[in-house]
Design a binder for this molecule. Structure first.
Ligand SMILES: Nc1nc2c(ncn2[C@@H]2O[C@H](COP(=O)(O)OP(=O)(O)O)[C@@H](O)[C@H]2O)c(=O)[nH]1
Ligand SMILES: [Mg+2]
Length: 435
C-alpha cells in the first residue's frame, strides 16, 4: 500500500492550509520532513514543528486505529502560501509519498472498514450540500448509528434465510417448521422505516431541485408584473398589449433552506391567432404539467374562462385576485403596488408543504444509486410479508428465499461488502448440523 498525500483545503493563497498524509510510511515521513520545535521528537499527537526552516507548522499524528483512513496518518497545518505548499509536496515526494487520486482518502477509509459505502457517499453529499438542511441530512447519514436499521434488516434477512436454507438443504434433520408469525411485526417495522427513507429521498431531491410554481391566467391580468414584484427585479416585460409574454421566464426565491421557482407564462386564451403567441401558449401548457402548483391569476371584473384547460390538469391550483388596488374592499393582491405579495408567498409555501406532507423525521440523505437499492429492498420486504401472511406459508420457502436473496444483494450493494457469509455462520451456529 502506498503512502498518499493531498491538500485538504482549497488551493490558492489563504491564512492556513491543511495537508493530509496517510499510509504505512507516513509516521517515518513525518519524522524526516518536520522537526518538532521543542527539541526531542516524542510520540506526539499535536506538536508545533518546523518545515526546513521555511515555515512554522502544526502536525497532528494519528495512529491507525484513530485515523479517518484506518491507516497511520498525519496532518500538517502550514501557512496557506502556494510556494510553501509546493515545497512541502516536494519533500513528501522525496520521502516516498505519492499524490492521492480523487476520493482516495475516503476509499481507504471504506476499504479498511472504518466506514461503509453509504457513509462514504454521504461525505460527497456533505461537501456539496447547499443549505443547512441538506447539510443536516448528509451528517445524519454519515453516522453509523443512524444507519443501524440497515443492520437490523440484514440480521432479519440472514436469520430468515438461514432458517429456510437449513430446512431445504438438510431435510433429514427434521427441524420443526418455521414460526413465520414471529417475523411479521419486525418485517412491518422495517418496511415502515424504508418507506420513511424513500420519502426522505423525495424530500431531499425537492430541496435540491426546488419547487416550481407557474403564474397563469388570461392575457393582461398582471402575471409578469407579479413575477417582477416577487423577484424585486424588472425581469419580465410588462405591457398593456395582450400576448407580450411568449417565453417562459422564471425567478428563484429561497427561504428556510428551500428554493421556489416562480414562472411567468404566456396568457392563456382560446382565440390566439399569431403563430408565435400560439407557440407561447403551447409551451405554457407543457410547462404547467411539470410544476408543483399553479397560481391562477384572475381579475374580479372578468368572467374567467381559463380554467378550461387548467382544470384538466392534476396540479394544485390556487385562484388569486389581482389588481385589488383598482377596487375597494376586495380580497387579493396587487402586483403593481406589491400589496399582499408576502402573504401570497407564505400561502404558496404552506400549500406546497401541506400537500407534500414533509416532516422533520425524514432526514437521511441518500443518493440515486442508494434509492434504487432501497426501492428493491422495500419491494422485497413487502413480497416476503405477503408470502408469510398467506394462510399456508408451507411450501413457500423457496419463493421467500428468492426474495430474501434479492434483498441481500441490495444490502450488499449499500454496504459495499459481502454479507452472505452471515447466512452460513447462522446455519452452523443455530443448528447442530454435522454435530
Ligand atoms: N392597477 C394595476 N395594474 C396592474 C397590476 N398588475 C399589472 N397591471 C397592469 O396590467 C397591464 C398588464 O400587465 P402584465 O404584467 O404585462 O400582464 P400579463 O399579460 O398577465 O403578463 C400592465 O399595464 C400593468 O401595469 C396591478 O396589480 N394593478
Ligand atoms: Mg406577461
Amino acid at each position: 500500500m502506498t503512502t498518499i498525500y493531498a491538500l485538504a483545503t482549497p488551493p490558492g493563497r489563504s491564512a492556513l492550509a491543511l495537508i493530509r498524509v496517510s499510509g504505512p510510511k507516513s509516521h517515518d515521513i513525518l519524522k524526516t520532513v518536520f522537526k518538532p520545535l521543542s527539541g526531542k521528537q516524542k510520540n506526539f499527537v499535536v506538536t508545533r514543528g518546523t518545515f526546513s526552516g521555511i515555515d512554522d507548522v502544526i502536525c497532528v499524528k494519528y495512529p491507525n486505529h484513530k485515523s479517518f483512513t484506518g491507516e497511520k496518518s498525519f496532518e500538517v497545518i502550514s501557512h496557506g502560501n502556494p510556494v510553501i505548499i509546493s515545497l512541502i509536496f516536494e519533500k513528501l515526494e522525496n520521502a516516498g509519498a505519492v499524490f492521492a487520486s480523487p476520493g482516495e482518502f475516503t476509499k481507504r477509509s471504506f476499504l479498511s472498514g472504518k466506514i461503509n459505502l453509504m457513509q462514504a457517499e454521504s461525505i460527497c453529499a456533505l461537501i456539496s450540500a447547499k443549505s443547512e438542511r441538506l447539510l443536516k441530512f448528509a451528517l445524519t447519514s454519515l453516522s453509523r448509528e443512524n444507519l443501524s436499521y440497515l443492520d437490523a434488516i440484514s440480521e432479519l434477512v440472514i436469520k430468515l434465510l438461514s432458517e429456510i436454507e437449513v430446512r431445504l438443504n438438510f431435510p433429514e434433520e427434521l427441524i420443526p417448521c418455521i414460526q413465520w408469525g414471529l417475523y411479521k411485526n419486525e418485517l412491518r417495522c422495517l418496511i415502515d422505516k424504508i418507506k420513511t427513507i424513500l420519502k426522505s429521498h423525495y424530500f431531499q431531491t425537492k430541496m435540491m431541485e426546488g419547487f416550481s410554481i407557474a403564474i397563469c391566467g388570461m392575457p393582461n391580468v398582471g402575471k409578469s408584473t407579479l413575477l417582477n414584484s416577487i423577484s424585486g427585479q424588472d425581469k419580465s416585460l410588462v405591457y398593456d398589449l395582450p400576448g407580450t409574454t411568449r417565453d417562459i421566464i422564471d425567478v428563484e426565491f429561497v427561504t428556510d433552506g428551500f428554493s421556489f421557482t416562480f414562472i411567468d407564462t404566456a396568457g392563456l386564451h382560446k382565440d390566439a391567432q399569431d403563430p408565435v403567441e400560439k407557440m407561447g401558449i403551447h409551451k405554457t401548457k407543457e410547462k404547467i404539467k411539470t410544476v408543483c402548483l399553479v397560481i391562477a391569476l384572475v381579475l374580479e371584473t372578468c368572467n374567467e374562462s381559463m380554467y378550461f384547460d387548467l382544470c384538466l390538469l392534476e396540479n394544485s391550483i390556487i385562484e388569486v385576485f389581482n389588481k385589488i388596488d383598482l377596487h375597494e374592499n376586495c380580497k387579493g393582491i396587487s402586483g403593481k403596488t406589491h400589496c399582499a405579495i408576502s402573504v401570497l408567498i407564505k400561502s404558496v409555501i404552506s400549500i406546497i408543504f401541506f400537500e407534500e406532507d414533509f416532516s422533520l423525521e425524514y432526514n437521511i440523505a441518500i443518493n440515486k444509486r442508494q434509492k434504487n437499492e432501497f426501492d428493491k429492498i422495500y419491494t422485497g420486504l413487502n413480497n416476503v410479508l405477503l408470502l408469510l401472511s398467506e394462510n399456508d406459508a408451507f411450501g413457500k420457502e423457496e419463493f421467500v428465499a428468492e426474495e430474501l436473496n434479492y434483498i441481500l444483494t441490495s444490502l450488499e450493494s449499500l454496504y459495499g461488502k459481502n454479507i452472505r457469509n452471515g447466512v452460513l455462520e447462522q446455519i452452523f451456529s443455530s443448528f447442530c448440523i454435522g454435530k
